[in-house]
Design a protein around this ligand. Structure first.
Ligand SMILES: Cc1cc2nc3c(=O)[nH]c(=O)nc-3n(C[C@H](O)[C@H](O)[C@H](O)COP(=O)(O)OP(=O)(O)OC[C@H]3O[C@@H](n4cnc5c(N)ncnc54)[C@H](O)[C@@H]3O)c2cc1C
Ligand code: FES
Ligand code: FES
Length: 1341
């Protein structure tokens, strides 16, 4: 811009930022407009408490609170929690930013009650989500209208925060201790061993709930008058005008592409991150008074384009409370905002931004269209003010009827005349309730008038049917709207309307977003709900009263829970008590360090991977010319730089660190760019040009692999009895196929690593977030051609792993080590979420085919079953996972004749890998599905079949293991009573009899989960324990703390054996130079193995110390004893070692395998399903788990609840979707669509069971593990299949009512789509081209 055309206001613009962080003033004169607040906090202010989990506003790990004075006269301050990963630093000018560090600190001994309660109620496991949770809760408390928030406020407050570890229950309990209305919580039956949500609230009620560590709003900001700002960055400028006049002036100066308006930045940031668009100037509209209107004037609602959804929501609540006749407009908008984005997004995102984004899946635009919203646009060049109905605004895919120099100022919504029978409603169905965009959303308006022909009938005078998710933009069914006019408001008219909209808004298998049949069904379901609603409002008697349940939205009740813990053995002082998570407080204050929080050495470089964008493609040429021009570019590293072997792999070296010739899959690492900064590295990596030659055939699915016979190894077969004969002779037989989808680990901490090379004796130091330090150490040594002893691997804690950090990150870390050696400088990387999900593998999808024979009363006779899994492009653990699945097929039941065959498919996808359960969940789901199939065939209760065929003590499994300490029969008996199963089953039947469109289901599932590695050599562990002169103890072991509480259990064991206070014992990190050759942490055995090693070391030390005690009765403190030991020259360091006895290598060809023992349990789950949409809630879950004698009951309960909820995700909600040749044609073959929290949905807060009861089995012992305990990390995931089968029961009840009594297959995951489509009815019939009662929605397997 030349000096001449600068406006007056621009020349007086402020050129720096002023804000406060945690009470301290910051004046930033060198801000870059592309810095996010999160980046600034973490990298410039070294406040690493706020975490980068996704960078797209979808996980909440980065949540901070910002406060701003919004009325200088009254001093009113507005507080908002926001996603720091989306907020531009420039947007916080004039604000007070409060981060988790501002609330409290362990080191300063001023922990905030939110932080302490989360810790003390076990609401933090890996801790990566915890700072974000703390801040969201702090925001809820700070912004509550009453001094304390209500339970309802709390239940909705955390909709923008994800946790993958806890299952949310303990977080909700901790948060509810701050509620004002705790008396509304159920009391439960008084019992010494049971603790309810209310008990916990009462426990803390006496404590000071007032937020003590209050940070005052800075006085300087109280009088801060926002001024126009111009921040000049190196690649972008930021303007913040303060009036509409100034906005228009700026827009005139920088027209069209030269500048971009921005408000909440929630869309613009995505566009920039995805590198779709580059904007030289951003013009922030946040401080423009004219965009802030929010009023109801006579017959119109005036909504400023710059009002945030949170402000809109608060105002709508007030307007709805006023009970002024607005035709339901405010309620319809409010209804859409209940499950709209998240609190953090609603706090910043603007209504105008949503409209202008013109997203085809906007949830708000259909309601606005239905309400006939009018947009007021101001033109910068001409100053013309134009009004345009929203109904005419959307022209096509992201095309709107707006000149690029126009600004949206106000949205006007005309209120209906009270004499008109006006009805308006909104609808939405998403993959998940919280923070999920609609698959289809809708806004409907009709106006009715009395029919001329009959006084008692209403006919349609006007209609608007607007949809999101049904085209390339928000669309109206204009023909249907026209056709319906003059018709009576009857069911028959509704049916016709359904036909019209289906014709008018067609979708097919190539339509973007997929799910065409479901989306076509949803449109009709919503219409039918709307029809029912109006009938109810008109009190039309033609409507069955049972339909009322779908006329109004379901209101989710407040959730609550209870845990029952048997008494701890009296002989133990520490082990068996619920010692708090070792680093819980540090995690809650943000002081716990993860790899990405470690400060860089001064000469550290940053790496970004160059990944293949094609599957099965030969690399013909790599062009790094453009990349090497990026300022800060240092090197491009490829396979030619690997000094040792480029081949790697956890079992066989069948994969490459860097592709040398053929990229097997999209996401294969071709090379990596090393640059001076992270930003430069990403930029340069994007500029590397690769030329490919596509090879054939490209094998993507299990079906493709079967067709091309593409497998790893030979078929594996486990066989017992004469299967062919017994099947041939069986009285009854059924057969079927089940597909089970994969699962993303979705650990909250993305993969990262830092490697520091040294010229001093060729040492390499690696800081890792992997599940092992030994495997990366060994494989890096092989790649670098060095001795293992030269590689030192360190790991302090991991922000969640679940199997995903066992093998898949290792090649990436090796690549970084190769780069560090090449350039001779430290190198680090932190994967962005999309890349992480895309390249690091998933749980294996399975295909299952079975034939089963049985008697008329349900006795199992023979099972012939074949399993295939999709292993991806390298072996990794695919065969081991298949074997584990085969060993768990059969679950708790005796099949006298059984043949299980398994094959791992080799495909052109990233290599799939371990995930909690390691094939066990798939094996158990397959088995339980067979039981349900038999039950349906015999018309029996599936539980009767389960009980009839249950193993007994001393029975032998199909792989020859004798069942000892067999507790499942007892567990089932106890849980049937405690869950009141029989009565509740009757209540479910009664509910289903009296409700048409809401159905319930209840299911009970047991589990028998094998613990112990099947290869003998893996069952070993070491530990090293140092006692220092002051009595402090440092324990090192080979396991990794990744949230599961391993270190806490190890500390308890050490304290128990040494006899010192727990506070004297520390675990600093896991390091390969302390304990060598450790097995990976996984398989639920880490406490068993490492615990025994720690115990062994501590026993030696205690024995040595005991030699000093001459008088057992004399009191001697631990410290004095240690001092004496030192002066007596006793060795205060001991190495412990454990090798699990009586283990042998499995041999499936001989039907021989042995687990160390079985963790057992059962769950009863009850659900309620909306059969018209597929939406559902878990009403109640009871779990009874045999953990032996628990090492730490609350930590074990945390594992049970967390695993259960992860299983709920696996079997119901989490869907990996990638392009293939047959099923998902709308995505590029081999490309993963579900790459982030936006598209891949893990359970969130509103998916928690409304009543969640977990009990540990009393009087259970286990002679085969430490202190008689049992491993618990994985087994409970299988129990979530009870939710899957309860949902299937609910579908079955609906199908029966609709006349479809035959057995039907429900593939896993039972997504809202699959559930809805399984509820066959007239709507699915219209939506499916053929055979709707057997229709199976597409899936990626
Ligand atoms: C995690 C997440 C969850 C979400 N969930 C949902 C959901 O459930 N349902 C749903 O419908 N949406 C959802 N969204 C989308 C979200 O609602 C929009 O991104 C948001 O409303 C855009 O508003 P903004 O202020 O952030 O816009 P920005 O990103 O600042 O701007 C968006 C666009 O609007 C333009 N613009 C903004 N204001 C004006 C104006 N006054 N005049 C002219 N142009 C203007 C900008 O130039 C830009 O092109 C979600 C987004 C995220 C990140
Ligand atoms: S990192 Fe910001 S929401 Fe995930
Ligand atoms: S504790 Fe929540 S993600 Fe780990």
């Amino acid at each position: 811009m030349t000096e001449e055309n600068k406006s007056d206001s621009q020349s007086t613009m402020i050129e720096h930022l002023l804000f406060y962080v945690n009470g301290k003033e910051v004046i930033e004169r060198h801000a870059e407009p592309d810095w996010t607040l999160l980046w600034y906090l973490r990298n410039k202010l070294c406040l690493t408490g706020s975490k980068l989990g996704c960078g797209e506003g979808g996980c909440g790990a980065c949540t901070v609170m910002i406060s701003r004075c919004i009325d200088r006269e009254s001093g009113k301050v507005e507080h908002r929690t926001i996603n720091a990963c989306l907020a531009p630093l420039c947007s916080v000018d004039g604000c007070h930013v409060i981060t988790v560090e501002g609330l409290g600190s362990v080191n300063k001994s001023n922990i905030h009650p939110i932080q302490s309660r989360l810790t003390e109620l076990f609401g933090s496991q890996c801790g990566f989500c915890t700072p974000g949770m703390v801040m969201s809760l702090y925001g809820t408390i700070t912004t509550a209208k009453t001094p304390q928030p209500t339970l309802q406020d709390i239940e909705e407050a955390l909709d923008g925060n994800l946790c993958r570890c806890t299952g949310y229950r303990p977080i909700l309990d901790a948060v509810k201790t701050f509620a004002s209305d705790i008396k509304k919580l159920p009391t439960g039956e008084p019992c010494a061993t049971t603790s309810t949500t209310l008990d916990k609230c009462i426990l803390f009620e006496k404590q000071d709930s007032i937020v003590s560590n209050h940070i005052d709003f800075p006085a300087k900001l109280q009088s801060y008058a926002p001024q126009s700002i111009h921040i000049r960055g190196s690649s972008m400028d930021w303007f913040r005008p303060t009036s509409l006049k100034e906005v228009l002036q700026l827009r005139r100066t920088y027209p069209g592409d030269a500048s971009k308006f921005v408000f909440g930045n929630t869309r613009v940031q995505m566009e920039r991150q995805m590198n779709v668009m580059k904007f030289p100037r951003l013009i922030a509209l946040t401080h423009v008074e004219e965009l802030q209107k929010l009023s109801r004037i006579h017959d119109t609602l005036c909504l400023g384009a710059g009002i945030t959804f949170s402000r809109l929501k608060s105002q709508l609540i007030e307007w709805v409370d006023d009970k002024i006749n607005d035709g339901g407009i405010c309620e319809a908008l409010l209804n859409q905002l209940r499950y709209f984005a998240s609190t953090q997004i609603r706090n910043v995102a603007s209504l105008g931004g949503n409209i202008i984004t013109a997203s085809p899946i906007s949830d708000i635009n259909p309601v606005l269209q239905a309400a006939n919203a009018i947009l007021e646009l101001h033109h910068a060049d001409t100053n013309v003010v134009r009004q345009i109905p929203l109904r005419d605004f959307f022209l096509g895919a992201r095309r709107i009827s707006m000149d690029e120099n126009e600004v949206l100022v106000t949205i006007h919504i005309p209120l209906p005349d009270s004499s008109v029978k006006y009805f308006l409603r909104s609808y939405k169905q998403a993959r998940r309730r919280d923070d999920s965009k609609g698959i289809v959303s809708a806004g409907f308006q009709v106006q009715l008038e009395q029919s001329n022909s009959s006084d008692s009938q209403w006919q349609v005078a006007f209609a608007c049917f607007s949809f999101g998710g049904m085209g390339s933009t928000t669309v109206m069914a204009k023909i249907a709207q026209q056709n319906i006019i003059g018709l009576p408001w009857t069911r028959s008219t509704m049916n016709k309307t359904c036909e019209w909209i289906l014709n008018e808004l067609p979708l097919d298998e190539t339509s973007l977003g997929g799910q065409p049949e479901y989306r076509r069904t949803l449109m009709q379901s919503f219409l039918f709900k709307f029809y029912t609603y109006i009938c109810c409002e008109l009190r039309q008697t033609t409507i069955d009263s049972t339909d009322n349940s779908i006329a109004y939205p379901y209101r989710r009740p407040i959730s609550h829970a209870q845990q029952t813990i048997p008494k701890c053995p009296q002989s133990q002082k520490v082990v068996g008590t619920s010692l708090l998570h070792q680093s819980g407080y540090l995690q809650a204050t943000g002081e716990a360090n993860y790899v990405d929080d470690i400060p860089s050495l001064t000469n550290t470089l940053h790496a970004a991977f160059v990944l293949s964008t094609k599957p099965n493609a030969r690399i013909k040429h790599i062009d790094i010319e453009a990349a090497s021009q990026v300022p800060g570019f240092v090197s491009f590293v490829t396979h030619t730089d690997v000094p040792g072997s480029n081949q790697t792999g956890p079992i066989v070296p069948d994969e490459e660190i860097f592709v040398s010739s053929v990229a097997p899959c999209i996401g294969a690492v071709i090379g990596l760019v090393v640059c001076e900064s992270e930003q430069a590295a990403y930029k340069a990596a994007n500029l590397v040009q690769i030329e490919y030659e596509l090879l054939t055939p490209t094998i993507l699915t299990i079906e493709d692999a079967i067709m091309h016979e593409s497998y790893f190894g030979n078929e594996i077969c486990l066989q017992q009895g004469d299967i062919d004969k017994s099947l041939a002779e069986a009285e009854h037989k059924v057969e079927g196929t089940l597909m089970i989808g994969g699962q993303e680990h979705f650990y909250l901490e993305p993969n990262c690593c830092m490697v520091i090379p040294s010229m001093d004796d060729n040492e390499i130091t690696m800081y890792l977030s992997t599940q092992s330090v030994s495997a990366p150490q060994e494989l890096t040594a092989r790649a670098l051609g060095r001795d293992i002893s030269r590689i030192k691997c360190h790991n302090k804690r991991v922000g969640g792993a679940f199997g995903g950090k066992e093998t898949r990150p290792i090649p990436l870390c090796i690549g970084i080590a190769v780069a560090a050696v090449k350039v001779g400088r430290p190198v680090r990387f932190n994967l962005d979420r999309h890349t992480d999900i895309s390249i690091t593998g998933h749980r294996h999808p399975f295909k299952v085919e079975y034939k089963v024979g049985f008697t008329a009363n349900g006795n199992l006779l023979a099972l012939d079953i074949q399993l295939w899994n999709n292993g991806g492009c390298s072996l990794d653990y695919s065969i081991s996972i298949m074997e584990h699945a085969m060993l768990h097929t059969g679950n708790c039941y005796r099949f006298p004749n059984i043949r299980i065959r398994g094959r791992s498919c080799k495909t052109h996808l990233p290599s799939n890998t371990a995930l909690r359960g390691f094939g066990g969940p798939q094996g158990i789901l397959a088995c339980e599905n067979i039981i349900e199939h038999i039950a349906s065939y015999l018309k029996m209760d599936p539980f009767n079949i389960r009980q009839l065929n249950l193993f007994k003590e001393g029975d032998t499994t199909h792989y020859g293991q004798i069942l000892e300490h067999w507790n499942v029969p007892r567990i089932l008996n106890e849980i049937i009573t405690s869950s009141d199963l029989v009565t509740r089953q009757k209540q479910v039947d009664e509910f289903n009899r009296t409700n048409i469109y809401r159905k319930r289901g209840i299911s009970i599932i047991p589990t028998k989960f094998g613990i112990g590695f099947l290869l003998r050599f893996l069952n070993q562990a070491g530990a090293l324990v140092h006692i220092y002169k002051d009595g402090s103890v440092l324990v090192s072991h080979g396991g990794i703390e990744m949230g599961q509480g391993l270190n806490t259990k190890m500390i308890a064991i050490a304290a128990e054996v040494l006899g010192c206070g727990v506070h004297r014992i520390r675990i600093s990190e896991t390091a390969s130079d302390k304990v060598p050759n450790a097995s990976s942490t996984g398989g639920s055995v880490s406490s068993d193995l490492n615990g025994m090693a720690v115990k062994h070391a501590c026993e030696q030390l205690r024995e040595r110390l005991n030699t000093l005690i001459v008088d057992n009765n004399a009191e001697i403190s631990w410290e004095n004893l240690v001092t004496q030991a030192y002066f007596s020259r006793l060795d205060l360091c001991a190495h412990g070692f454990h090798a699990t006895p009586n283990m042998f290598d499995y041999d499936l060809s001989q039907n021989r395998a042995q687990y160390n023992y079985f963790t057992q349990g059962a769950a009863v789950s009850e659900v309620e399903l909306d059969t018209l949409t597929g939406d559902w809630h878990i009403l109640r879950v009871d779990i009874l788990m045999d953990v032996g004698t628990s090492l730490n009951p609350n930590i074990d309960i945390g594992q049970i609840e967390g695993a259960f909820m992860q299983g709920v995700g696996l079997f119901t909600m989490e869907e990996l979707i990638w392009g293939d040749h047959e099923q998902q044609k709308w995505i590029k073959p081999g490309f993963l669509f579900s790459r982030g929290p936006d598209t891949y949905k893990i359970p969130s807060f509103s998916d928690v069971p409304l009543d969640f009861r977990v009990s540990l089995l009393s009087e259970s012992s286990n002679p085969r593990a430490i202190y008689s305990s049992k491993g618990i990390g994985e087994p409970p995931i299988t129990l979530a299949s009870s939710v899957f089968f309860a949902l299937k029961q609910a579908c079955m009840a609906y199908r029966k009512q609709q006349g479809f009594s035959d057995y039907f297959t429900l593939q896993s995951p039972a997504t809202v789509e699959r559930l809805r489509m399984a509820c066959s009815d007239e709507f699915t019939n219209r939506a499916c081209l053929t055979d709707h009662q057997n229709f199976q929605p597409r899936g990626s397997y």
